[in-house]
Design a protein around this ligand. Structure first.
Ligand SMILES: [Zn+2]
Ligand SMILES: [Zn+2]
Length: 118
């Protein structure tokens, strides 16, 4: 992990940029500070409680098990292989679109009680 301080005309902010090698398909993923999944195979790692906070401390691999289109944006549905945690993640523009389409053809196993979220 490397943190970079960017001085943007007096406005300073810290952005965490992590490059990582995908543990599933060996793709080298260039971190942008926002990327949390592999654009090739779409697998993710369970590191966030909320996107970007890196507070989960689980470290399990999160399998993409479905995808859905919401408000014209693709969301990938994940399940952690280690702890079973499930969550949606926004797809990014660099993602393997064919993979997303393939995932979208699978039914997403959401329990009705979990859908109540605003
Ligand atoms: Zn991968
Ligand atoms: Zn987990």
């Amino acid at each position: 992990m490397s943190s970079q301080e960017i001085n943007n005309g007096g406005r300073k902010f810290t952005r965490t940029i992590e490059n990582f090698i995908c543990a599933v398909c060996d793709t080298e993923v260039k971190g942008t500070g926002y990327t949390d999944h592999c654009p090739e195979c779409l697998w993710s790692v369970h590191v966030d409680v909320f996107p970007g906070d890196r507070k989960a401390g689980c470290g399990g691999l999160m399998e993409p098990i479905g995808a859905t289109l919401k408000n014209e944006k693709w969301r990938i549905y994940y399940r952690c292989q280690k702890c079973g945690h499930e969550r949606f993640n926004d797809a990014s523009q660099d993602d393997n679109f064919e993979k997303i389409i393939e995932l979208s053809t699978r039914p997403i196993p959401i329990r009705p009680s979990r859908q109540k979220r605003r």
